[in-house]
Design a protein around this ligand. Sequence first.
Ligand code: NAD
Length: 297
Amino acid sequence: MLETAKIIDGKKIAEDIKSELKEEIEKFTKANSSRKPCLAVILVGDDPASHYYVKNKEKACELVGIDSKKTVLAAETSKQDLIKEIQSLNEDENVDGILLQLPLPDALRAETQEIVDTIAIDKDVDGLTTLNLGRVFTNDSKAIYPCTPKGCMELLKRYHVETLGKRALVIGRSTLVGKPISILLNNANATVTMAHSRTQNLEAECAMADIVIAAAGKARFIQGEWLKDGAVVVDVGINAITHIGSEGEERRKLVGDVDFDSAKERAGLITPVPGGVGPMTVAMLLSNTFELYQRHI
Ligand code: NAD
């Protein structure tokens, strides 16, 4: 029988990356420029989760020596006004990266890609413009990897997970996570299967996979029994659920797309939620900001 899985400590790896970045930024800035790297974040509307994520990103910037500049716009902001704001940041010589916090409010959501595409390619810190995604697709050295997929790959790298020739299953095909991570795994020589809501027999796909990346946004839906013994499981999902506390009170908590308790009995390596991919996304945002800054200096 296999031992219980080793936990991939995304929080610790993200802390390590931030310390490394802090040093690199200080050294590079001292030698090359009078200004620090700068990340501009645009937040539209009052979604509490988005405000929380942006606050985290600002704190992380401060910690490693990156200036951050936040623009908060009302939920009713028109597409034209939002694009005007992006264009003014495109023209600001002191801004290295522009992040449009997603999801946008309902009224703008259908036009997300069109709006994201107005971010200048050399400031596309999240890597989500069509042009940059094309660079990811062609494995161009100028590509900026979207933060969450890049964070997943970095976790695999730092835990010495072999991808060459391995079967990788990506569950989810969004532009933000599933599709780009499939490409990155493919570039890393894995044999990649992309599953989605219309996939037949996901259990059979899981049973064959050496590496499973779960990004479906469905709480605890992937069961441990579906996994191959010793599989590496990276759980991208962040789902808020309500559960009953020890004194019968209702409590909210965050869980992944994988049923962690059953999966850890079967997997070789597994990320927890929280403390897995989430902190890596922020660390990769800092790393992308620094990369764009170096290109601007
Ligand atoms: P999304 O809703 O855009 O995409 C979900 C994908 O899952 C779709 O492609 C859909 O086809 C697929 N899917 C849905 N049901 C399925 C099923 N039964 N079987 C197989 N596939 C199915 O979501 P997203 O933006 O890609 O995010 C996915 C999850 O990752 C969410 O929980 C989100 O909160 C989380 N997320 C986490 C981070 C992070 O930093 N950890 C970053 C981004 C997103």
